[in-house]
Write a protein that binds this ligand. Structure first.
Ligand code: PEP
Ligand code: MG
Length: 957
């Protein structure tokens, strides 16, 4: 937890405006060794998303999640501005509490500061404070409240007598950091007081850090003084701050509810202690906001609560038993509720239910923020009853083609293996801790034995490595210890084990190192294996023969771990072609079809399947005739691939000699040599944003020159088409913050964004010009909507051409635009007059023409570049360009679609730029067709009304 110290305070700062103040704050974090200078961008970016002004002249700048990588140590710096600074939202600020935190520790600071917000004179006192102690005093935490929460409960404890129960309570309080050893010593000799109803109370005062109450219940029937024991309360008393806790125990006694102690779980007991029995109605609702109940959503919650006719209380289900008023902003923020935590809303009186529903609905709706449902797949909440579960999808019909999204080319014919994550149903709580511990230990041992057997029989390589890593994970004593502790708290072996796994996996996910973070998936795999043993549920094991892997969705780490020997193809219910996993599948050369919908999950294991990663079609249980055709196609394809590879260096042209250049799309200049070795006749699209993304800040002129030169050297005189920085939308650049937008794809991206920082664009143009001395250089602008953007960039380029001596720069330079916004295709006539060339980005052009997000998990299957609307836009583009003697390339994914190649060529496209792996096959495809056939295919395609009709027409031709 972050706390303020005098050495954190810097008095007497002065700044002209908020940016200057933020710069000082960032510099002070660097001086204190808390962050690197790059964290400043994160602070700035956070402010552009929303103000960190808290109230009472205090702002709490903190970085974005992406900038956490620049945090060296967690800490805080407090800067006092006696004269004040106007924050960007117009608020006067006297104190900046700037936080360097690797996770959500800023919520702790926020919580500590909430009490300051209630006090009227704090702003003036902070502004006028003349020593650091005074500032710490003003900002420091209010006295700690007495604790009684899930962490101080100790349910189902094995014990032989009252003394052992009392000591277990004392030990729990020490674990929770509320007391020291002195408390335990005093409690050991304290006399237990009889409360009635089978309950006793033990009190001690020595060595109390925080007043707290622990409740210990016995695991088995226990008697003392002729009474059956329901529980022992163990009180750490201090001053009079524990009196409220005694009140709560008294309330339980009054209601005669101590009898329920032994039967209740932690949630029930906390609810009783919170006074939520009787006439009080309650409602639980989960916080979905990514950053918890910070100031903005808390404000919304308070507003909704104020609109209700009844007072509403709110507390954290796993927090203390004290409800706070839902109409107090500071109290609601003070809960420090994080995403995923449950709030307990309570109210008493007529209409309590509808008031609670109104507040709960507002929380579910995100309290003014866009929120995503919490992933409950690993939660130990009660499982949905069969009646509530969504109906199972109907299976796909046999021997019928089903269209989905082509994600990685290639044809696969094999039986399917459907990876269904099993459902684990289990009770959350259990009475017999000793028995649960034994069950857990047996399940872990069985899981380890399974893994050892699998490792022995694994073919070696990556699979064996992964399995033996899983074995090691299972051997981790801390994991088992955490689960044992959970069992002692009253949880079942399953719930305690999964909690231990999930906690470790979440911690892993927070690591900055991507690879290490991805190990969280392994931990959960291991966790499921043991859960399977505990619940007696068989985990799906892939077959030993080749198969097509069918999954709900697939993460990059799943793809990286695929057994490439056996997995012939990949089919997923969700995901788009541009997802990382699809990109990885392409890199591994595994045919993949994604976004096929839930019905594929109903396929029976071992159903034969044809998967065409090129057209995106799958055919389950094909007829013998269809299967033989597909096998023939596969054999043909393998032969064609071999032939294409042999002929890869031949010039790309149609059968009748029409040259159509085939170039490669690159994201990394280092891959240019590989592209050339695959027969690429140039680079038709260098996505320079990846170079920018690979650096922590914008690469300077020299760095860029070196990188571009690497590609140009490898190309050895072949043309390079470099696209200027294309970020924004789905490609954020951490050090170039863009204000949060409702529709980033329609917002500041591509050339629009680049023109907001002309110096960055000018440096990039200069670097390209300087790197390309003596070589052909084509520069193209992304996301151009009309000629105005081209003119601005042209003026910039012309200035550079006249400023740099001709011998220090490229002289064969063309400036073109990408056609990826429908307006630019419609206005191709005016653009063609001033642009030197066009390159059609069919990925975005399709997205914008059809209004379908290219990464949409369900809809992207319909975002087909062969849609006649897209083809007409391409036709218009080519006609306009050729009328002005300009050339047109296509660099979107459509250029490598074997069905689309003749159509594009028939429309008059002069260049196709495709991923390097595709170059030999696209060249071969060109050699297959004559211009007459190509024109005929283009005509056919243009005459159809839908993408499906286009594909059908082309296949039948
Ligand atoms: C396109 O939109 O077709 C394109 C090539 O650009 P990107 O995929 O990088 O957006
Ligand atoms: Mg694009």
């Amino acid at each position: 937890m972050l706390t303020l110290r005098e050495s954190d305070i810097q008095l007497g700062c002065r700044a002209d405006d908020w940016r200057a103040a933020l710069d000082q704050a960032a510099a002070s974090l660097v001086d204190a060794g808390l962050t690197t200078p790059d964290y400043r961008e994160g602070l700035l970016s956070r402010e552009t998303q929303s103000s960190t002004y808290l109230g009472n002249a205090i702002a709490i700048p903190h970085g974005t999640p992406e900038s956490r990588a620049h945090v060296l140590n967690t800490g805080v710096r407090v800067l006092q501005f006696p004269e004040g600074v106007e924050w960007h939202d117009g608020q006067p600020v006297h104190v900046l509490v700037t936080i360097a935190a690797q996770n959500d520790e800023h919520l702790d600071i926020l919580r500590q500061l909430t009490h300051v917000l209630d006090r009227d004179d704090v702003a003036q006192r902070l502004a006028g404070a003349s020593d650091t102690e005074e500032v710490v005093g003003l900002l420091s935490r209010a006295p700690l409240r007495a604790r009684l929460d899930a962490d101080t409960l100790c349910l189902g404890t094995p014990a032989r007598d009252l003394g052992e129960l009392a000591m277990a309570g004392a030990a729990r309080l020490r674990q929770a950091g509320c007391v020291g050893d002195g408390f335990i010593a005093e409690l050991a000799s304290a006399r237990l007081q009889w409360l009635g109803q089978g309950a006793w109370l033990a009190i001690a005062e020595r060595d109390v850090v925080t007043p707290a109450l622990s409740l210990v219940t016995p695991a088995d029937e226990l008697e003392a003084h002729g009474e059956s024991v329901n529980g022992v309360f163990c009180l750490a008393a201090s001053g009079d701050s524990h009196l409220g806790l005694l009140d709560q125990v008294a309330t339980l006694l009054e209601h005669g509810e101590l009898e329920t102690l032994r039967r209740g779980d932690a949630a029930t007991l906390l609810a009783l202690l919170a006074g939520e029995g009787g006439a009080t109605r309650t409602r639980q609702v989960r916080v979905l906001n990514a950053h918890g109940l910070h100031a903005r959503p808390a404000k919304q919650l308070v507003q909704v609560a104020r609109e209700q006719a009844l007072p509403i209380g709110v507390r954290l289900a796993e927090g203390g038993v004290e409800s706070v008023s839902a109409t107090s902003l500071t109290k609601v923020i003070g809960l420090g509720a994080r995403r995923g935590q449950w709030l307990v809303l309570s109210a008493a009186g007529e209409d309590a239910d509808s008031a609670l529903s109104a507040v709960a609905d507002a929380v579910n709706d995100g309290l003014g923020e866009a929120v995503e449902a919490f992933d409950d797949s690993h939660e130990d909440m009660p499982a949905a009853t069969p009646a509530e579960a969504s109906p199972a999808p109907s299976p796909l019909p046999d021997d019928t083609a089903h269209q989905a999204v082509a994600a990685s080319p290639g044809l696969a014919i094999a039986p399917v293996f459907v990876m269904r994550l099993p459902r684990f149903d289990y009770a959350r709580l259990a009475d017999d801790a000793a028995a649960e511990t034994r069950r857990l230990e047996a399940a872990v041992a069985e899981g380890a034995a399974q893994l050892a057997a699998l490792t022995r029989s694994a073919p070696g390589g990556e699979v064996a490595e992964v399995l033996s890593m899983h074995e090691e994970m299972l051997d981790d004593p801390e994991l088992l210890q955490a689960a044992r502790e959970g069992i002692q708290e009253g949880y079942s072996a399953e719930a305690a084990w999964w909690e231990a796994i999930d906690t470790a996996a979440c911690a892993q996910e927070r690591l900055a190192d991507r690879l290490l973070a991805e190990r969280a998936a392994d931990l959960r795999d291991v966790g499921r294996r043991v859960l399977g043993r505990l619940c007696d549920v068989e985990l799906p094991e892939p077959p030993a023969h080749p198969y097509i892997l069918v999954m709900e969705d697939v993460g990059p780490s799943d793809v990286a771990r695929l057994d490439t020997q056996r997995v012939r193809g990949l089919l997923t219910a969700r995901g788009g072609a541009t997802a990382h996993s699809a990109i990885l599948a392409r890199a591994l050369g595994i045919p993949a079809v994604v976004g096929a919908g839930d019905r594929i999950m109903a396929l029976a294991n071992d159903t034969p399947l044809i998967l065409d990663g090129e057209s995106g079609r799958i055919v389950p249980a094909p007829s013998t005739a269809r299967r033989e055709r597909a096998e023939q196609q596969l054999a043909d394809r393998e032969r064609r691939e071999r032939d294409a590879w042999e002929a890869r260096f031949e010039p790309a042209q149609t059968r009748d000699g029409q040259r159509v250049e085939v170039a490669a799309n690159l994201g990394n200049t280092a891959h240019a040599a590989d592209a050339v070795s695959r027969g690429a006749e140039g680079v038709g699209l260098l996505r320079t944003e990846f170079l920018f993304m690979a650096h922590a800040q914008a690469p300077d002129l020299d760095t860029q020159v070196t990188e571009y030169r690497e590609a140009l050297d490898a190309l050895d005189g072949r043309p390079l088409v470099a696209r200027t920085l294309d970020v924004g939308g789905d490609k954020p650049l951490p050090y170039w913050p863009v204000p949060q937008e409702d529709n980033p794809f329609l917002g500041l991206r591509g050339i629009r964004l680049a023109l907001t920082r002309p110096e960055v664009l000018a440096t990039q143009l200069e670097a390209l010009l300087r790197a390309a001395v003596g070589r052909p250089l084509r520069i193209m602008l992304p996301m151009v909507k009309d000629v105005a953007e081209l003119r601005t960039a042209r003026a910039m380029l012309d200035r550079l051409l006249s400023d740099i001596a001709p011998d220090a720069r490229a002289t064969d330079v063309q400036l073109g635009v990408m056609i990826e916004v429908p307006s630019s295709a419609l206005l191709a006539g005016s653009l063609a007059v001033e642009a030197d060339f066009f390159s059609v980005g069919t990925n975005d052009l399709t997205q914008y023409a059809l209004a379908i997000d290219r990464g949409h998990p369900e809809l992207s299957a319909q975002a087909d570049g062969l849609h006649p609307a897209v083809l007409r836009l391409i036709e218009m583009t080519v006609e306009a360009a050729h009328a002005q003697g300009k050339w047109v390339g296509v660099c979107g994914e459509l250029a490598s679609d074997a069905t689309a190649v003749p159509v594009l060529v028939g429309l008059g496209v002069d260049e196709l730029s495709v991923s390097a792996r595709q170059v030999p096959m696209v060249k071969a495809r060109l050699r297959d067709i004559s211009m007459d056939t190509a024109r005929d295919q283009a005509r056919r395609a243009l005459s159809r009304a839908t993408a499906a009709e286009v594909r059908d027409a082309l296949e039948q031709a």
